[in-house]
Ligand binder design. Structure first.
Ligand SMILES: [Zn+2]
Length: 434
């Protein structure tokens, strides 16, 4: 499944040496510098190829006969602000009739011409009589719209290039913030947020991370004709938070489960604010005696800018949405099983009393109304009227994966977790070599 240690160490020994205990940036020799791949170990043998959504035939293009081809000249038009297909055709010197004929080409895909975006490029072929013969419109790196004159009618179709999916491994150790560690590991902003979201029911990324916490993940990288076009899904993820191990594996339903098949989704999010708004406070918060502070005032404070979105930690019904001089603008939510959550000091409330809310739904924005020294969210979690620490309270086990998928998932999880640990071991052998 994985390249042997020997292969990886040999490949890298020539170009790089590694210091023990240092953050590693392992670049494979065949990869170009300047891309995010530099900090990632590629696992070449884990390739999977995904078929395009559709595989249309190319027969229409070939109906452009050789006579036409000989007299054909191509023009390229970049879509400008305020452009329409009519404007572009006019600019290129084609008649309104030509515009009409092309934009009403047979086939549903011709409608895509109505949705051109600024910066897109159209390629238009015409003959020596200034009649349009063909149009090519790359919709993305994957898809291209083709419109061709066939006889005296235009026909449209879309072609998709094959996207090759490769798997990559990334790893990081937290020294200042999860965001920084993710960036150093070569992850995109979206990947960092996605990763935190996978564990958002277990870990409070805003307040509970510590120096030395670490993450490992296997994710998809997409290529078209050998060209890297972007990242895909996170396939397996692991986070060690204060020496506690959390693991998640993506299944075919696009959901994440623990290796033993329990959904990562739980009835409550650990934090009602995304860590991305809080991470700048990480250093200051790192050694903050949170537990003591929590005991003192029975809530958790998230310092964040005024206007930062706050979401419902779980599904429920809004029992209070009001203002008083202590709480400022505040919202209380009644959940099932005797649980109530409270959110204070909003600058703005986004829900009304009696309203049903879903987990993750915006309920208000951080502010400093009421008795608040500065903008922050004061968050409380009560079970049967008793305050509990929302970040440590034991919650009921999440739903297990459906029985009919259990066997399939277990096999997949085993494979993914093995790949994850194999990648880690390979990495370890590279680091400790010298
Ligand atoms: Zn507070």
């Amino acid at each position: 499944m994985l390249p042997t240690e020997q292969e990886l160490t040999t490949q890298n020994a020539s170009s790089q040496s590694f210091a023990l205990g240092k953050r590693y940036q392992v670049a494979m020799p065949q990869q170009n510098s300047g891309s995010i791949t530099d900090s990632i170990i590629k696992i070449p043998s884990l390739k999977e190829t995904v078929k395009p959504d559709e595989s249309p035939t190319n027969t229409i293009v070939s109906t452009v006969n050789s006579q036409q081809k000989n007299n054909m000249s191509w023009q390229t038009a970049k879509v400008r602000s305020g452009d329409s297909i009519a404007r572009i055709f006019k600019r290129l010197g084609f008649s309104a009739q030509e515009t009409y004929a092309v934009s009403t080409a047979q086939g549903k895909d011709s409608k895509l011409l109505m949705k051109i975006n600024v910066g897109d490029t159209l390629r238009i072929a015409s003959n020596d009589k200034n009649k349009v013969i063909a149009l090519e419109y790359p919709l993305s790196k994957k898809d291209t719209l083709y419109i061709n004159l066939v006889g005296d009618k235009f026909q449209s179709h879309k072609e998709s290039k094959t996207v090759e999916i490769r798997q990559a491994f990334a790893h990081g150790t937290i020294s200042s913030s999860f965001w920084n560690a993710g960036t150093i590991a070569g992850l995109t902003d979206a990947q960092i947020i996605n990763f935190a979201n996978i564990f958002g029911w277990d870990i409070d990324f805003a307040l509970d991370l510590r120096t030395g916490d670490s993450f490992h993940m296997i994710y998809e990288k997409k290529y078209i004709e050998g060209e890297y076009i972007g990242t895909g899904n996170i396939l397996a993820a692991e986070f060690v938070n204060q020496n506690e191990l959390f693991q998640a594996v993506r299944f075919t339903d696009d959901e994440y489960y623990t290796p033993d098949g329990k959904s990562m989704r739980k009835t409550f999010l650990r934090a009602p604010v995304s860590f991305k708004y809080i991470s700048s406070n990480f250093k200051r918060k790192r050694f903050h005696p949170v537990q003591k502070r929590w005991k003192a005032h029975r809530g958790v404070d998230y310092a964040a800018k005024t206007g930062t979105p706050v979401v419902a930690a779980g599904n429920g019904k809004v029992t209070h949405s009001a203002y008083n001089k202590y709480n400022g603008h505040y919202v209380f939510i009644q959940h099932g099983n005797g649980i109530v959550t409270k959110y204070l000091h909003f600058s703005k409330r986004a829900v009304k009393k009696g309203q049903r809310v879903k987990q993750g739904q915006l309920i208000g924005k951080v502010g400093a109304t009421g008795l608040a020294a500065g903008p922050h969210l004061h968050y409380e979690f009560l079970l049967n009227g008793v305050h509990r620490n929302p970040r440590t309270v034991k919650l009921p086990d999440a739903k297990p994966i459906a029985k009919k998928y259990k066997t399939k998932f277990t096999a997949l999880a085993k494979k993914r977790i093995q790949a994850l640990s194999a990648a880690k071991n390979t990495l370890f052998s590279i680091i400790t070599k010298e």
